[in-house]
Structure formats: C-alpha cells, structure tokens
Design a protein around this ligand. Structure first.
Ligand code: BTN
Length: 327
C-alpha cells in the first residue's frame, strides 16, 4: 500500500478538508481512503505542519487541527461577489507565489482575473523580502490588469490599492485601518496587510500589472519569522474567520478601484489616502538606499509622492521606505 493514484498536493488538500472542521481523523482511515500507508499519511501531515498548519496527534484518536478553519472555496467566493457572472477566479491549494502564478499565465487572462491560494512557499514581499504565508491563515491574492497606456499611467496605483483595502475592511466593521506610505495597511500601529505590485512590459507599450495583496486573517500563534510588529483580523474580530467573504470584499473593492484608476488616475483616491495616513505630522525617517532622510510626515502630493518636512524644507519623494523615529 505505498503507491496512490493521487498526487501529493491532491492528498494534502483532501486531508485538510477532512481536518478543517476541527475533529479528530484517524491516520488509518485517511490511509485507506487514498490507498496509502499510515506512515505515508504521517509524512503528508508533517508537510502540512511545515506549511503552517497547527495539527497535533493523540494516540488512538488520530490527527486534529488546533482550531477549525474555513477553507477557500471558489463557489462561495463567487456567491459573495457583486458580479459573479463576469468574475474570473483561480483558487489554488499550495503555490510558490500567487503573483508568480499570474505572471506565468497572464497571456490567457482578462483584466481583473484573480488568483488566491491557501499557502505560498515563496511568497514575495516588497524590497525583496519574503512574505510569510502559512496555510489557511490569511489571504494571499493577486489580480491581473493590463494597462494599454503603459507605465506612465501607473503613478499612484499602489496607493490607490491601499485605499481599496481600507474601504473593503469597513464592510466588516473595521473603520480605523490606516495607511503607511506607500501602501502598507496598519491597524493599531501594527501591519495588517501588504501590497506588492509587479509590472512587466516595455516603455511606450502596454504593460501587465500584477497586484498582490497579503492580508493577515488568523495567523497561528507559533509564527516567529515575521520581521515587524503585525496584527491579524482575528485578534480584533475573533468571530470573523470567513476568508471567502473577506476575499470577495477585497476583490470587489479592488476591481472597482482598478477600473476607476484606469479611467481617472490617482486623483479620485487622494483625499481618502490622506485621511488614512498613519504618519501624518509624525516624526519619521525615509530610508533611500544608503541614505536616511529625517523629517515630519506631511502626507502626499496629488501624484502620490511622500511629502517630508526636512531641515531643508518640504520635499517630495517617489521612492524609499518609511521607518519610525523615536521623537
Ligand atoms: C509587502 O512586503 O508588504 C508586500 C506583501 C505582498 C504579499 C502578497 S501575498 C499575495 C501576493 N503574492 C506574493 O508572492 N506576494 C503578494
């Protein structure tokens, strides 16, 4: 009983579906179902634990998730969407990166096509960092959008996407989410979500945009490798574990933002961004390569550039990363 007609991803996904309700499942029953040994089931469970699932075992009872999870389900997401008939959705189990998936398949996609995954093994963050992506704990979502007018049309896009997320969160009663320039979403001084926009194309031609969003929903307590203070939705709203509903809210908000941005640019989003600015009038440092520029945050200009009041006066910056100053 060692070879099975099912591949590993299929078996692991099916094991998680059985465990999702939070009840015990015996290794023997699982093995019989897939035509593999209990030892093989044990190896699949180890892989799932490495992917971030909190599974424990009790002798004589089997395996159990520390708490039940709601798995992503394409049909449920579609039911929650404003326009399910025109939505294009790919829901995956485990993938290296949803941004990478879009990059490899965008030739066959229309604007607004979304890819979601339960876990990412090589989730990408900004500035070449890794995005920690434990199984079933968060939303890992990427949307494809092709801009026929090319790179020059993209100024402020990442800020507009931040506004789209803040608006989506209002639908579940989170009204105090804030934005750290250019597009981190903050809650109670900690990072709740991040946005990574990747662009492909040639100057003067259409460009392909991949808008990637990572939103912490219910991170396992044993996550250790996130390098900055973070928060998840569950610590604020313990009952809100419905990732399918949340995914639909984000997709609807992002789709309408992308449509409006393509037609009107960043202008319609400036005021909302300014209202949510977490560092408005706060002392901050801007890390620009090897240089550090100190000043007070003075919001953004109409193009989305960061305004910093420095010793030399008010300066606008298109790039860099904000770090907090003690005073
Ligand atoms: C950041 O560093 O703040 C940006 C994080 C973006 C993470 C998301 S998760 C879905 C998508 N796929 C990736 O590989 N990255 C983005």
């Amino acid at each position: 009983m060692t070879s099975s007609p099912f591949n590993s991803d299929y078996i692991r996904s099916a094991i998680v579906q059985q465990l999702a309700a939070g009840e015990f499942c015996s290794g023997e029953n699982l093995g019989e179902q897939f035509g593999i040994s209990r030892a093989a089931i044990s190896n699949h469970i180890k892989c799932l634990v490495e992917l971030g699932l909190d599974i424990f075992s009790v002798h004589g009872k089997g395996y159990k998730l520390a708490s039940a999870i709601e798995l992503l389900a394409k049909d449920t997401i579609l039911q929650h969407l404003e326009k399910p008939d025109s939505a294009q959705l790919t829901v995956l189990n485990v993938i290296d990166s949803t941004n990478q998936f879009i990059k490899e398949h965008h030739d066959d996609m229309q604007n607004g096509h979304v890819c979601l995954a339960e876990a990412q093994t090589a989730g990408r963050g900004r500035h070449g960092r890794r995005w920690v992506s434990p199984y079933g704990a968060s939303l890992y979502l990427s949307m494809h959008w092709s801009f026929s007018s090319g790179y020059q049309a993209l100024g402020g896009l990442s800020l507009a996407v931040g506004v789209a997320i803040v608006k989506a969160l209002q639908n579940i009663g989170i009204h105090h989410a804030q934005l750290k320039w250019p597009n981190d979403i903050y809650l109670e001084g900690k990072k709740l979500a991040g946005v990574l926009i990747e662009v492909e194309g040639q100057i003067g031609a259409a460009c392909q945009c991949i808008v990637g969003i990572g939103l912490n929903v219910n991170l396992p307590k044993n996550v250790t490798d996130i390098e900055q203070p973070y928060i998840d939705i569950a610590s604020l709203l313990p009952e809100m574990k419905d990732r399918n509903y949340l995914a639909a809210l984000i997709i609807d908000s992002l789709s309408s933002t992308m449509t409006q941005f393509e037609q009107q640019g960043f202008g319609p989003f400036v005021d909302d961004w300014r209202k949510a600015d977490v560092f408005a009038n706060k002392p901050i440092k801007l890390l620009l390569g090897k240089n550090t520029i100190e000043g007070f945050g003075r919001g953004i200009d109409d193009n989305g550039a960061l305004l910093l009041e420095t010793a030399e006066g008010l300066r606008a910056f298109q790039g860099g990363e904000i770090s907090v100053r003690a005073n």
